[in-house]
Design a protein around this ligand. Structure first.
Ligand code: ISJ
Length: 447
């Protein structure tokens, strides 16, 4: 099914028009859509509503370096300058994509095809919002014919009707071998060194991550996995960023980095973790220990205060009531934070101000990043970095790309990290990190 995989990315250009046509369609299986459309493929689902799936890229914005956010905002403004579109607000152009953890990221394997920032407007997109499903077809260029786009919309609508509404489950690929970086012994040394640095006084918290390299017995059915994650992690985001057939980054992250709607900003501090219990009593005991732990409350407080400080220059932040966020495999301390913007700040500006929060970086941020770079022996790539969408008004929503992995062929690399503070215990932190692999690892292992 069209469109064919493209070698070349189409970037923003002066004088080009974005032509977009949409129509309402009967609900479509996202899994079937993804399975029958080639890369580039994108998927975004927020737990409270918007679900988007797309194939092809009418236009792609990429950026590298410390000014990558400025570059994205400017290039997006160029694309949005001339838009010819039909359809309701739900189908307005939303750039979907994300960024690498670090602006100077170099796309070496397993991150082939993932620049330091990349956002696209899919050529074919299905949007589900407020119980309605829409199909959108787009083209971008200097001599795009709107009639051609309308014709393509009609053809694509017919194609969609032939998609099965349910597909048989592809099953799990099976795991042949796993290798974790660092080893348990190396991790213990890394955590002890981080604790020493904290004792020295120039570091308060650092999030150290691990990478699990997995050799698969078979190729993975990513659309099938995303469909199953909808059921196993219903209160999480779900995303897929797949620039080519060679590499797909995906996962069910629980953490919101930011949602901007007009002058309203919603974010959260999510830090401090305990396992779920086997019984309701054990589960409640774990939750209680989470709330009562001085160490975990300290970790959470550092994140809340940092986010409040990071938002302060942009508006008026307000801290909500702390609670326990229960996921299928783990529970976290969570504090919602809201802000009213004082100016018309683009969601990318807020992303830039917040990323990385000390939930995935540390404190102070510059020092923590130095420690991460000195310590971790693999590239974070897009792990723990912003993934989401933005529109022409500067509204948008981003998750933190954790509980995630990048897969190509029969090799998957999963990532998981944990916040290290003064009284961290390497063994406990190790056990906790392993829990964070579960959402994807469970899908890779054969039942
Ligand atoms: C870094 C990760 O998770 C983050 C770290 C947490 C912690 O230290 O307790 C909890 C939630 C996330 O903000 C991860 O999942 O890889």
């Amino acid at each position: 099914m069209e469109p064919a995989q493209r070698e070349e990315r189409v970037g923003p250009r002066a004088g080009a028009v974005l032509v977009s046509r949409s129509c309402e369609v009967p609900d479509v299986s996202y899994r079937a859509f993804l399975a029958s459309h080639p890369a580039p493929r994108l998927h975004w689902a927020a737990p409270d509503g918007l679900e988007v799936v797309g194939s092809g890229a009418a236009v792609t914005l990429t950026a590298h370096g410390t000014d990558r956010f400025d570059r994205l905002r400017e290039d997006a403004a160029t694309v949005f300058r001339d838009v010819d579109r039909t359809g309701p607000a739900e189908t307005r152009p939303r750039f979907l994509g994300g960024l690498a953890f670090d602006g100077t990221h170099d796309p070496a394997p397993p991150w082939t095809g993932f620049p330091a920032a990349a956002f696209s407007l899919p050529e074919i997109q299905v949007t589900r919002a407020d119980g309605t499903t829409w199909l959108t077809v787009r083209a971008y260029g200097r001599d795009v014919s709107p009639d051609d786009v309308t014709e393509r919309l009609d053809r694509t609508r017919e194609d969609l009707e032939t998609l099965p509404s349910m597909c048989p489950s592809g099953g799990s690929p099976g795991v042949e071998r796993t290798e974790v970086t660092p080893t348990k012994a190396e991790w213990t040394t890394q955590v002890e060194r981080a604790i020493d640095r904290i004792a020295d006084g120039d570091l308060r918290k650092v999030v150290l991550a691990t990478a699990l390299s997995v050799d698969l017995a078979d190729e993975i059915d990513v659309p099938g996995v995303l469909e199953r994650l909808r059921r196993t992690y219903p209160n999480c985001y779900r995303f897929l960023v797949q620039p080519t057939d060679e590499a797909a980054f995906f996962g069910p992250p629980p953490e919101r980095l930011v949602k901007r709607t007009g002058d309203r900003v919603e974010t959260e501090a999510l830090a401090g973790s305990v396992p779920r219990g086997e019984t309701p009593e054990e589960d409640a005991d774990h939750a209680q220990s989470l709330l009562e732990s001085e160490k975990l409350q300290h970790e959470q407080r550092l994140v809340v205060d940092a986010i409040m400080d990071q938002l302060e220059p942009l508006g008026e932040p307000a801290e909500g009531e702390q609670g326990v966020r229960k996921l299928t495999n783990i529970q976290h301390l969570q504090t919602p934070i809201e802000a009213t913007l004082s100016g018309d700040e683009h969601v990318l500006t807020i992303v830039e101000a917040l990323h990385p929060t000390p939930a995935v970086g540390g404190l102070p941020p510059g020092r923590a990043w130095e420690v991460i770079r000195d310590t971790e022996t693999f590239e974070r790539g897009w792990y723990a970095a912003p993934v989401g969408w933005f529109d022409s008004d500067g509204d948008g929503e981003f998750a933190v790309g954790i509980r995630s992995g990048v897969v190509g062929g029969r090799r998957a690399t999963l990532f998981a990290g944990n916040g290290i503070v003064a009284d961290s215990d390497p063994d406990e932190e190790w056990a906790e990190v392993k829990h964070k692999y579960r959402p994807i690892l469970d899908e890779l292992e054969r039942e």
